[in-house]
Design a protein around this ligand. Sequence first.
Ligand SMILES: [Zn+2]
Length: 391
Amino acid sequence: FSLIFLSTCRKAGGKFAFISLWFIICVFVFCEFLIYYTVMFSCVWPDNEATLSSQRGEGSTPVLKTLVLSDTHLLGAINGHWFDKVRREWQMERAFQTALWLLQPEIVFILGDIFDEGKWSSSEDWEDDVRRFRQMFRHPTNTELLVVVGNHDIGFHYEMSWFKLQRFEKVFNITSARIVTKKGVNFLLVNSVALHGDGCSICQDVEDELIKISRALNCSIQKTHKPGQLKSSMDKSPHFVFQHYPLYRISDVECTGEDAATLEERNLVFKQQYDSLSLVASHKLLWWFQPRLILSGHTHSACEKLHSGKFLEISVPSFSWRNRNNPSFILGSISSYNFTLSKCFLPRESTVISIYCSAGALLIIIILTYCQLLKKNLHYAQCLVSKHKIL
Ligand SMILES: [Zn+2]
């Protein structure tokens, strides 16, 4: 009887180890895969008047499903711990791939600071950073991915060089000032790092190009006002300006929402050409393009700011857990005459850590209780064995 008892105990131990292993695997799969689907499942494209009217059969203005994120800051070879790199890059990859699967955007914009160390990385490190970026942000051919350059990609104005700029532009097939037109919507992508206004060769090039685009847009708007004329691809008035630096604002003091800057950060006064564009460059952009909406990054926190009472700017928070606990991205349903936006939050890093800690604590308690129980049973079995021997 005692031998049967001992063998039953051994079998129960094996079963317990098996269940524990399954528990660990389940927690891991949930925290590293399923949590992204669970949290982002509630994200939907915002209703656009154009979509609604086409559903009612009142017209068919195309609506572009646009996803915008910012400040991914892929770590380079110099800064950051390897675990930090692996952890945060996995988080961004899973979040992006889940967003693609759930939402199927037609176009994705990343508003700069894609890399953390593009400003000083060697050619080999740069190649490795680009390879990892391509792996993380892989996307199907029916989704277009466009980027703008940030100060961490090519350095602040004083660190920027033609070599670093061209290296970035070549990889992402972009230029420093470019109009992209999709479904009749004009997006102006600007290298805001070059809007320093000091006449440096890069700055002058970008400014000249912006003036040229502004004139072309204004001419085409005037042309469309003449009756009977055909519309060109650049003839729609609403321009969406996408860039890395925000337009000049005194601070984030007016910014609200759960992903705005912290209370201490909100009161810090912005330094022109460091935290935001200069006042002069901001006025120039608004004057040239009269944009309907400006989306920018750089601050890592959310903010909505109305410039001159009519130009709305939205700061897109960072997409990485490295910069905030609750990253997010913007979903836009954009047509040639209006747009609606919503925000989609990713899982919080603190939630994932809490789940791991709670699961770990629970497992330890169960193991200790089980060991205690096993010890008692073994003791009982040993007593039985010794009694049997005496008899
Ligand atoms: Zn930046």
